[in-house]
Design a protein around this ligand. Structure first.
Ligand SMILES: [Zn+2]
Length: 426
């Protein structure tokens, strides 16, 4: 607990000092020389959880470990009604940033402490879930902790191996005290039954809020996606000087044509108010045969479309396949697709979103909605039927890297927003 405490801003809001100390302490525990590394179900994740538990108990907050080794914090004597759960994840990617995930856990803990300090009694209990295993960087699968909580971790998931240590997920979970048999059996954690609402505060991982100058915003929905990891456009190789345009079957021109058509459809769909992002992040001719003077006969590329709306996803996918057919006809090429992979968008609960927007307006914070392009534990809770919502905090330089930069003022504004909204979330 050192240097960054002096950088405390947002001093007017109760808890700013606590927040600065906790962030600094957890960063010290997980610093790897470049960023922070909190391996899912690894010793550093455990050490960070233990530090949070130690802090909580010191402030009269109870902590209980569930059978999937997540920690659930609560205030003693809060009653036994259906709870509102705040939370996020404690793990990070290798050489990651300190705020991704941790911000949501600390925000919840600060709210519990303030409820206690101000002797506020709410009509419903508030619990804070500090979850393990959200990042896919370690085992190649995301949301392991929240999946285990909801009874949705499958036996084959537990056989996944840590990319570094080679340990299976089952072994890693057992090593931190999880009841693997219960998890394999798909039994949800006891505390999650009857939960009224799940609210996750998280840093934004895109650039929108910095551009718009919004310290906080409310997530409208979590984008789902449809992907092909490998699409192949097959044309015909030839001598670049010898084949006239009308006889060419140039795969690079064909894929370029395809992408320009998709870009135009994308623009039109945005103009009509749809949520949509499109990416072809992997693309190339075969380096073993391509040459400056050779007409490219083959291009491999990836395709990904993300949207908050299943309808928009399917509509854009259909348009993509129709345009492939058109390009194929006009340019004498053909397209081959690997397996289509999809993940469902998650809808945020409209009543919770409205409550958070109202609280934002009352506090003079932007009553603005932003889509979440990245996935979060909240998507799992929402898709399991638990009304869910998210508060985003402005953050510079993206995420999953040590340069992520969240201003403590912005964080404390988000904590204030969460705290003031709590009575309306149950
Ligand atoms: Zn995260």
């Amino acid at each position: 607990m050192t240097a960054s405490i002096e950088a405390v801003k947002g001093k007017g809001i109760p808890g700013a000092q606590d927040a600065a100390e906790l962030f600094a302490h957890i960063r010290d525990l997980s610093f790897d020389g470049v960023g922070v590394s909190r391996e899912s179900y690894g010793p550093t994740e455990t050490a960070c959880l233990e530090a949070l538990v130690e802090w909580a108990r010191r402030h009269g907050i109870a902590a209980e470990t569930d059978p999937a080794a997540n920690v659930v914090f609560s205030l003693p004597g809060q009653g036994s009604g259906a709870a509102v759960v705040c939370g996020s994840h404690v793990d990070s990617v290798p050489q990651g940033g300190n705020y991704d995930g941790l911000a949501g856990v600390i925000a919840g803990l600060l709210c519990l402490k303030r409820l206690k300090d101000e002797a506020v009694s709410l009509p419903h209990p508030v619990w804070v879930a500090a979850m393990r295993g959200e990042e896919s960087a370690w085992f190649g699968k995301a949301y392991m902790g929240s999946s285990a909580i909801l009874g949705k971790l499958r036996p084959e998931d537990l056989e996944l191996r840590n990319k570094r240590s080679g340990r299976t997920l089952a072994e890693a979970m057992a090593s931190v005290g999880a009841d693997v048999d219960r998890i394999v059996a798909g039994r949800p954690m006891p505390w999650v039954e009857g939960v009224k609402a799940y609210v996750e505060l998280h840093i934004e991982q895109g650039p929108l809020m910095v551009a718009r100058k919004w310290p906080t915003a409310i997530v409208s929905g979590i984008r789902g996606n449809i992907r092909h990891n490998a699409v192949r456009c097959i044309g015909e190789a030839g001598h670049s000087g010898a084949v006239p345009r009308w006889l060419r079957k140039d795969a690079v021109f064909a894929v370029s044509d395809l992408l320009m058509r998709l870009d135009e459809h994308w623009r039109v769909l945005l103009e009509r108010g749809n949520d949509l992002v499109v990416t072809a992040g992997v693309m190339g001719t075969d380096p073993a045969e391509h040459a400056v003077s050779r007409i490219p006969g083959r291009v491999d590329f990836s395709f990904e479309v993300r949207s908050e709306s299943t309808v928009t996803l399917e509509e854009f996918y259909r348009v993509m396949r129709v345009e492939c057919d058109a390009v194929a006809r006009q340019r004498g090429v053909r397209f081959e697709f690997d397996r289509r992979i999809e993940s469902a968008p998650a809808t945020m609960d409209s009543k919770l979103v409205q409550a958070l927007l109202d609280a934002s307006a009352e506090l003079g914070l932007p009553a603005e909605r932003v889509p979440s392009g990245a996935g979060h534990d909240a998507a799992l809770f929402a898709n399991a039927g638990i009304p869910s919502a998210m508060i985003f905090i402005r953050n510079e330089n993206g995420s999953h890297n040590p340069a992520e930069a969240m201003d403590l003022d912005d964080f404390m504004s988000g904590v204030e927003l969460l705290y003031q909204a709590l009575p309306r979330l149950g």
